[in-house]
Write a protein that binds this ligand. Structure first.
Ligand SMILES: [Zn+2]
Length: 333
């Protein structure tokens, strides 16, 4: 670890010298937050599983823009910031990646699209590099059409399952109108792989689930010693599949599955995850009775600190990749 750090500092120092000597003003011309979105080399929807290699290559072809960005290299402790946006009984998670790219997992209900766009723009961004619609229920993809319409979008990931609703159709129409493509979200897809930073998809592993919730794209983000797992509305069936597949599910921050429903967050799954922080995205007084008291009990049994958007508002968790986290909430508890 130490030698790595020394080598990194040497590289950084060398780059600063080169940049100071030959290239004044490059950083001013290159603001970090609105990095140019490269043309989407999207895999078609047809091949079911774009291989991790393909996606890794895609990440590598984007690398030059990172390599010449002085801002990326002069600070080795860029934060990873995850906002669990309060969109009521729905999910929307905006992620500021340490490489200055951005990711959005879900965009709330139809009525939430503008609020999500406003949140992203309020942080100074106009681009979503990686957009995930976990599954085609309205409380996840409802606002996606507005997001895709109003922001620059790079790659889009959705499970290969359709749904006969106007909401789903609206999303497909705007994707088509903007000339974008959808990459199938399924187990084995690697969205981003850089030294110290990996974003991968752990589920769905099947295309024959009875319940649409179980098609949820489950996203794992690791940043050095920090880790996040976003489970959409995946229930106990995909949880069992992930356990059986032997993934290291022991993450620090868990987006609790299906708004805290008892059909998710099985005891075995939570024992494997043992989250330090468990975030439940849920609407106050919702008619589903979410979150379930049994899930709260199970999470407390794992000594997780529970944060809820109905009680805490928008929850922002940031880390420098060292396994420690800062938490901010928009409401005082
Ligand atoms: Zn949901």
């Amino acid at each position: 670890m130490k030698t790595k750090q020394i080598r990194l500092y040497a590289v950084i120092a060398a780059i600063i010298i080169i940049f100071t000597a030959c290239s004044p003003g490059i950083s001013a011309a290159n603001p970090p937050k609105v990095s140019e979105t490269p043309p989407v080399s999207a895999q078609s929807q047809e091949p079911l599983s774009p291989s991790p290699e393909q996606n890794t290559q895609q990440a590598h072809t984007e690398a030059p823009s990172v390599a010449i960005n002085e801002n990326d290299l002069t600070d080795s402790s860029e934060p990873l910031i995850v906002s669990f946006i309060d969109v009521g009984q729905a999910d929307s998670i905006f992620i500021e990646l340490p490489n200055n790219q951005t990711m959005l997992i879900d965009a709330g209900n139809n009525a939430d699209g503008d609020d999500v766009v406003e949140y992203v723009e309020g942080l100074g961004y106009d681009t979503i590099d990686y957009l995930v619609g976990t599954h085609p229920h309205e409380d996840h993809i409802g606002g996606l059409d507005t997001v895709i319409d109003e922001l620059n979008v790079g790659s889009i990931y959705m499970p290969k399952v359709s749904h006969t609703t106007k909401t789903f159709e609206d999303v497909l129409v705007v994707i088509r109108d903007k000339g974008l493509k959808v990459t199938s979200a399924r187990v084995g897809v690697v969205i981003l792989e850089e030294p110290g930073l990996t974003i991968s998809i752990l589920s769905p592993a099947s295309d024959e689930y009875d319940d649409l919730n179980n098609y949820s794209a489950v996203i794992l983000i690791t940043y050095n010693n920090s880790s996040f797992l976003f489970t959409g509305d995946a229930e106990d069936i995909p949880e069992d599949e992930m356990l059986e597949a032997g993934y290291n599910l022991n993450v620090d921050v868990l987006k609790v599955g299906h708004h805290g429903s008892a059909s998710s967050s099985s005891e075995a799954f939570l024992e494997a995850v043992t989250p330090l922080y468990a975030i439940i995205s849920v609407g106050a007084g919702n008619s589903y009775g979410h979150p379930s008291q049994s899930v709260i009990d199970r999470l407390e049994g794992e000594n997780a600190r529970i944060l809820r958007t109905d009680l805490d508002g928008t929850v922002v968790i940031s880390t420098n990749g060292d396994g420690s986290y800062a938490v901010k909430t928009s409401k005082e508890q």
